[in-house]
Design a protein around this ligand. Structure first.
Ligand code: PLP
Length: 241
């Protein structure tokens, strides 16, 4: 998830079948591209998963926290968690009848997180959420194009989804010095309040990392971020003299 890269799901599914392994897909972000008809092919093979996780709080625009896990075989799912001490004995009738959450996960007592997901889907619908996800991916491509257009900026990884890794490149600077410049640049960018990307390291090199998951973001926001990165980058490079 450093860069938004997607594993070769069909190959992993084949391997899992051949070796009789459980095929779990960590689709925290990526699984949600399924909601966009134009992006769905990126995660082809996901439908073969034995279990799948994704987060409504990551790319479905809901507040923290609401992670989801889907398990293909309900009976296998139940057997993995079900544990019935005397005081939790299930019944056919009365209060002990019905669904016990502790049969499907560690917690028994839990908040009603599902309500916000349900209302979100009812209010906005899957098609609109898919359009917003596609919009974020288009914005990531726009940002990547801006970065590639500027000789003082460097794209640090291919852009597969909604994550853009890039850095400022000062002439004649490399290695730890360039890392340090970009570290300071990021802090000034965040403190200045123009934009708040995070960071990562890719093959040892420090990188700014913009993960685009906001339905309110506009293209101009990315133009403004790039202008600010250039401004701060030049300031820092100039200060080094
Ligand atoms: C964010 C993330 C997680 C952690 O998920 P949370 O539900 O936010 O704790 C796991 N895997 C990947 C790939 C992620 O991006």
């Amino acid at each position: 998830m450093n860069t938004g890269a997607i594993d070769d799901l069909p190959a992993l599914a084949d391997l899992a079948v051949a070796e009789r392994l459980w095929f779990h897909v960590d689709g925290a972000f990526g699984a949600l591209t399924c909601l966009s008809p134009e992006l769905r092919s990126l995660v082809a093979g996901i439908e073969r998963a034995d279990s799948l996780t994704f987060d409504f709080h990551k790319w479905l625009y809901l507040p923290y926290e609401i992670g989801v896990v889907l398990v293909r075989e309900p009976e296998q799912h139940r057997q993995a968690f079900s544990l019935t001490p005397e005081y939790l004995v299930h019944g056919e009738r009365g209060l002990a009848a019905g669904l016990w959450f502790s049969d499907y996960r560690v917690q028994l007592s839990r908040g009603f997180r599902a309500l916000k997901a349900w209302m979100h889907l009812k209010e906005h619908g899957v098609a609109k959420l898919g359009r917003l996800i596609a919009q974020n991916v288009a914005q990531a491509r726009h940002l990547a194009a801006l970065v590639e257009h500027e000789s003082e900026l460097e794209l640090m990884a291919p852009v597969a989804l909604n994550i853009v890794c890039f850095r400022y490149r000062a002439p004649g600077l490399d290695g730890p010095e360039l890392d340090a410049l970009n570290q300071e640049l990021l802090i000034r960018l965040q403190e200045g309040g123009v934009a708040a990307p995070s960071s990562t390291r890719l093959r040892g090199r420090y990188s700014l990392r913009a993960a685009i998951t906001n339905h309110r973001s506009r293209r101009e926001d990315f133009d403004a971020m790039v202008a600010e990165v250039l401004r701060i980058g030049r300031e820092l490079a100039g200060a080094r003299g």
